[in-house]
Design a protein around this ligand. Sequence first.
Ligand SMILES: [Zn+2]
Length: 311
Amino acid sequence: MLRSRTNIKTPTVTSNVIGSNISHKMETKKLYHWNDIPEWQKDNHYIFSGYVKETLSYLECLRSLTYLHNESVNIYTHLLPGTVFFGGIFWFFEYYMEYFPSTTWQDQFAFSLFSFGAATALTLSSCFHCLKSHSECVATFGNKLDYLGIIILIITSMVSILYYSLIDLPGIRNFFWGLTMAFGAVCSVFSLNDRFRTNKWRPYRALMFVLFGLSGVFPIIAGWWILGGEEVFRRSDLWWVIAEGALYIFGAFLYAARVPERFAPGKFDIWGHSHQIFHVLVVIAACCHGRGLMGAYLYSHHYTIPSMLMA
Ligand SMILES: [Zn+2]
């Protein structure tokens, strides 16, 4: 049962100019209860308060960055790491990676591609969470871009790690690159087509993304068959990639099941609801992938590429 209206800052009624200015400022920071927002804004009925009501103004949406509401954590958990990953596109490889005589532009490209994917996904997500209070039309469009960002992140993650794990098997690598693109295309249709975007399809959408992520298991099986288990683990620094997959799946589960707020409705409105946890897990998972990619790069230049050159 929904609790009654709370946490609402009502504007001060004043009769002078200064007073009315203060009143205006407080008005712009007014937060709303579930019962007070329009139907289109209602998404998670376990979150009762802290809503920024439909603004119909991009400026008002941007102003919501300056005060605490139930999307603030969602915005900043992706905005700040997204900025760091943008820097990573240009500087990470140059400043943090060891150079080998066999290092080529493809190595730099693999790291830049992954950093670009992570930066794009996190930035699109934070923009969506900031602007979703604008209007139904903007929220719907932003949500599509949010999903598209996740697809870009998965594709760039897979393409970059496959480059190293199957570096001496270009035919098989190209096949799995193609498979990744195909899964990405299907997920894009699921995310962008309005028919699949209703609440009824929510668990299936989450499942599609989990399957997309799990499609990374196929090249591991193929590599295991051809190269052996130990070599597969070394080439991909696989424990980091497994940790990454587990974090994505756990995050998607929390998101679909709306845990923990379903067990204590109204208690996680501002801090700690499922979407926020999902955001944090996505960032940690992306960092795990970056760490795995570093290991894969080092192993390939220490062992795989020298043995290819000697063959
Ligand atoms: Zn989000």
